[in-house]
Write a protein that binds this ligand. Structure first.
Ligand SMILES: Cc1ncc(COP(=O)(O)O)c(C=O)c1O
Length: 206
């Protein structure tokens, strides 16, 4: 049987470097927030094109911490997609806010941006678009609405590391971008794509 995901094959191609890097961290004794974590944050922030990059333990916590940092909580509404991993809506609920779902565009599986404005209420604080399956959401209308209604945009980029929208990386266009390094996500492909230009995932989609 051929397994649908076999991460060991990829590991074998970089085994020497990975083992040496892990051994160096273990030998340093700095297991939490050491210089290696900081250098990764600096490199990833530069890759995405943001002024700041903070590393945390998961994409779920990145979304949760972004909502907390923006003081979003009970009584607030956050507009998002119903077609995503559970963490998107779960973190909105976890801070005490209410997820408000706007339907998806069947051509892209991302938020249907033409239906967003009708979902904005007095309690809306944020829009959380999801760049699903490596495909960037059309951010233009979302950023316009955010400016007009004074909302924040928290991009869920968990599935789209390396995707760009009109030449700018997803995660650098809204107020906050949240990424995931879960092993099956796109970051490994993005790391390869960064080494092998030209990039293949761009908006408008071709
Ligand atoms: C769209 C989306 N958002 C958030 C997450 C959460 O990321 P993590 O698994 O790193 O917590 C995932 C992946 O699991 C995801 O696919």
């Amino acid at each position: 049987m051929i397994p649908p995901v076999d991460l060991t094959e990829q590991f074998k191609t970089i085994q020497t470097e990975v083992n040496a890097a892990v051994a160096a961290v273990l030998a340093s004794g700095q297991y939490i927030n050491g210089p290696v974590v900081q250098s990764f944050a600096d490199a990833f922030g530069e890759y995405v094109g943001t002024d700041h990059c903070v590393v945390c333990n998961s994409g779920t916590d990145a979304l949760y911490l972004a909502l907390r940092a923006l003081n979003i909580g009970p009584g607030d509404e956050v507009i998002t997609s119903p077609f995503t991993f559970i963490a998107t809506a779960e973190t909105i609920s976890a801070v005490g806010a209410t997820p408000v779902f706007v339907d998806i565009d069947l051509a892209t599986f991302n938020l249907d941006v033409t239906k967003l404005e009708a979902a904005i209420s007095d309690r809306t604080r944020a829009i959380m678009p999801v760049h699903l399956f490596g495909r960037p959401v059309d951010l233009g209308p979302i950023l316009d609405l955010a400016t007009r209604y004074n909302l924040v945009v928290i991009e869920d980029c968990a599935q789209a590391t390396g995707a760009d929208w009109h030449g700018r990386q997803v995660g650098s266009l809204g107020h906050v971008g949240c990424f995931s390094f879960f092993p099956t996500k796109t970051w490994a492909a993005a790391a390869m794509a960064a080494l092998l230009p030209p990039k293949t995932v761009t908006w408008p989609l071709r």
